[in-house]
Design a binder for this molecule. Structure first.
Ligand code: GLN
Length: 190
C-alpha cells in the first residue's frame, strides 16, 4: 500500500509524519504523474483557494477528480473537506466537487475560530483529539452521506463510500486514530 499526500500547500509534512508513525509507505503528490501509483490520497489542511488554484495550474484537478470518482480512497482534512464538497455555503467556487455535502468555510469565524476539544467519532472507540483552525463544518448532506462526528451540534466528520472528510486537524495531535481509520478504509476498499 502507498498513500499519496497532496503536497502543493498546507500541512502535508505533518501527515507524512503520521504515516511514518504508522509504518505506512507514502509519497508526496506534487505532479499529475504522482497520482498514478497510489492507493489512497490525503488532502491536507491549509487554504482551499490557494490549493484549488495550484491544482488547476498543475493540471491535476480533473485527473484527481477522475481517480476519486473511480474509487480512489480520499481523506480531506479541513481545507481538504472544502475541496471535496459539491457546494460551498458561502462561496461560489467548487473545486473537486465529488462529495454530496455543503460546507461552510471559516464557519467558526475568521479570527477567533480556532479551538481544541475531544469528540466522539463513529467507528473509533476512544474520544478523538480535534484541533480546529479557521475550520469549516458541514451545513447539509445528501442521504447516502454518513455523519461520523458532531461537535456542538455541527457536523465535523462525514463519509460517503470512498471519501472521508473532517473539519479538524488530526495531524497536529498525538492521536493516530483517524489516520488509522483511513488506512482501514483503504484496506477494506482494495
Ligand atoms: N479556512 C481555510 C480555508 O477556507 C481552511 C483552514 C484550514 O485548513 N485549517 O481554506
Amino acid at each position: 500500500m502507498k498513500v499519496g499526500i497532496l503536497a502543493l500547500q498546507g500541512a502535508f509534512i505533518e501527515h507524512g509524519k503520521k504515516m511514518e508513525e504508522l509504518g505506512i509507505p507514502y509519497k508526496y503528490v506534487k505532479l499529475p504523474e504522482d497520482l498514478e501509483d497510489i492507493d489512497g490520497i490525503i488532502l491536507p489542511g491549509g487554504e482551499s483557494t490557494a490549493m484549488g488554484k495550484l491544482l488547476r495550474e498543475f493540471n491535476m484537478l480533473d485527473l484527481l477528480r477522475k481517480r476519486i470518482e473511480d474509487g480512489l480512497p480520499v481523506f480531506g482534512t479541513c481545507s481538504g473537506m472544502i475541496l471535496l464538497a459539491k457546494k460551498l455555503y458561502n462561496d461560489l467556487t467548487v473545486h473537486l466537487g465529488v462529495m454530496d455535502i455543503e460546507v461552510k468555510r471559516n464557519a467558526y469565524g475568521r479570527q477567533l475560530g480556532s479551538f481544541n476539544c475531544r469528540g466522539h467519532f463513529k467507528g473509533i472507540d476512544n474520544l478523538v483529539e480535534m484541533v480546529f483552525i479557521r475550520a469549516p463544518y458541514v451545513t447539509s448532506i445528501r442521504e447516502d452521506v454518513d455523519i461520523l462526528s458532531k461537535v456542538d451540534g455541527n457536523i465535523v466528520a462525514v463519509r460517503q463510500n470512498n471519501m472521508l472528510a473532517i473539519s479538524f486537524h488530526p495531524e497536529l495531535t498525538d492521536d493516530l486514530s483517524v489516520h488509522k481509520y483511513f488506512i482501514k478504509m483503504i484496506e477494506e476498499l482494495s
